[in-house]
Design a protein around this ligand. Structure first.
Ligand code: GUN
Ligand code: ZN
Length: 414
């Protein structure tokens, strides 16, 4: 590829710009060289007027909420009962799950996202359909059967005796597949799991060296209900920690209502954070302090949290992260947010040795974004370029997407 390259650094915040860059991709889809194009470069600009950057990483998204994205029935606990649980119940039907899995993968690709941390439904067949679709599309994921055995309609509640063996079978079938797909232990949140299921989830993760993802401290009523349901534990984080679910391979979404002590303890456990600011606005959950996480050197990625988030677009979520920071009297630059949308997400998912930067040895998971017309004529300065990529919602559509140097496609024959 030849063109303007945006290269997230390894420093937690900056993105270098190479105005006329050359990126070489080897036969196995790895980046084999990256740098300024030589003066006598025979290759023409690959996509005139576009910028190239690592494909986006979505660190928190719910596959079975694809069709209820944008349902305005919040706050959280009401929204789950009214909009989410009735929809997720449909996923016991394999054909329905397969159809939505294809829509879901198409939406990820259209948004320039090639890697995601995904919650499936509680149905094992639906989760198998999700993995099969991700495989066909050539996408990359940590994805899990959503574990829940209480607090929802019976069709969604799967007891530990059934859920854990089903999860084992999915690990057997999909974990490590093509070095792209990984099973992730996914207790929905404390309120939807009995202590027995939480303990079983931790044992499953331990047995197979798996990542864990869940929600924490999203909504005040949820936090209060969690306190009532788990009176023996010091607080929300302690519920997870005491069950063996809080460690360096745990990805926690939301983290809104944490005081300094709560953030300190989260940092002591070394958990990674999925920041989901658009969802937090839509459900009126509150604002997470990105500065509090960054100050403690936590790994932070951005999450659309579809369907509480209203878009599959990670840049759009980065814009919401900017708005959130402003409300908290903090400022996050577009450059730093772009870093979190790519390299930061890869780091938060433990995949930074494969993706997230344009660096030799990493896989060529790329996105090309077309600049607004006036910027094609005259190159914008750095700040204006980053701002245009994140804050002009009507501009800069995703022009091309690659995983390991190949264009992802449904894999279905026409
Ligand atoms: N907490 C438990 N389940 C969910 C969910 O599906 N979405 C969000 N945003 N929070 C949750
Ligand atoms: Zn969520």
């Amino acid at each position: 590829m030849r063109g303007r390259l945006l290269c997230p650094a390894d420093d937690g915040r900056s993105v270098a710009v190479i105005d006329d860059g050359l990126l070489e991709i080897g036969p196995r889809g790895r980046i084999t060289a990256v740098g300024p194009a030589p003066a006598d470069c025979p290759l023409a600009e690959t996509r005139p007027g576009a910028v190239w950057l690592p494909a986006f990483v979505d660190t928190h998204i719910h596959f079975p909420q694809t069709r209820v994205l944008g349902s305005a029935t919040g706050p959280l606990l009401d929204w789950l009962q009214r909009s989410v649980f009735p929809e997720e119940a449909r996923f016991v039907e394999r054909a329905y799950a397969e159809a939505v899995a294809d829509e879901f993968c198409a939406a990820l690709v259209a948004a320039g996202t090639t890697t995601a941390a995904i919650y499936s439904a509680s149905d094992p067949g639906a989760t198998d359909a999700l993995f099969a679709a991700l495989d066909r599309w050539g996408l990359r994921a940590r994805a899990g059967l959503t574990l829940m055995d209480r607090g929802a309609p019976p069709v969604l509640c799967v007891p530990a005796e059934r859920a854990l063996p089903a999860a084992e079978a999915l690990v057997e079938r999909w974990h490590g597949h093509d070095d792209r797909l990984f099973f992730c232990v996914t207790p929905r949140f404390a309120l939807s799991c009995t202590p027995k299921l939480l303990a079983g989830a931790a044992a499953l993760a331990e047995r197979h060296d798996l990542w864990i993802q869940t929600h924490i401290s999203e909504n005040r009523a949820e936090i209060e209900a969690t306190r009532a349901a788990f009176p023996a534990h010091a607080d929300y984080l302690a519920v997870y920690a005491d069950h063996g679910l809080a460690g360096a391979r745990t990805l926690l979404a939301h983290c809104i209502h944490l005081d300094d002590g709560g953030w300190d303890r989260l940092a002591e456990h070394g958990c990674a954070v999925a920041h989901c600011p658009d969802s937090n606005f839509f459900l009126g959950s509150g604002q997470m302090s990105l500065a509090a996480a960054v100050k403690r050197r936590l790994r932070v990625g951005l999450g659309t949290d579809v369907g509480a988030g209203r878009s599959f677009s990670v840049p759009r979520i980065a814009a919401a992260a900017y708005d959130t920071a402003r409300l908290l009297d903090d400022t996050q630059s577009a450059e730093a947010l772009l870093w979190h949308a790519t390299a930061g997400g890869a780091r938060a998912m433990g995949l930074d040795d494969r993706i997230g930067r344009l660096a030799v040895g990493l896989d060529a998971d790329l996105v090309a974004i077309d600049l607004p017309a006036h910027m094609k004529e005259r190159a914008p300065e750095r700040g204006a370029l980053f701002d245009a990529l994140l804050f002009r919602h009507d501009a800069g559509p995703v022009g091309a997407v690659y995983v390991r140097g190949r264009v992802p496609a449904s894999g279905r024959s026409a």
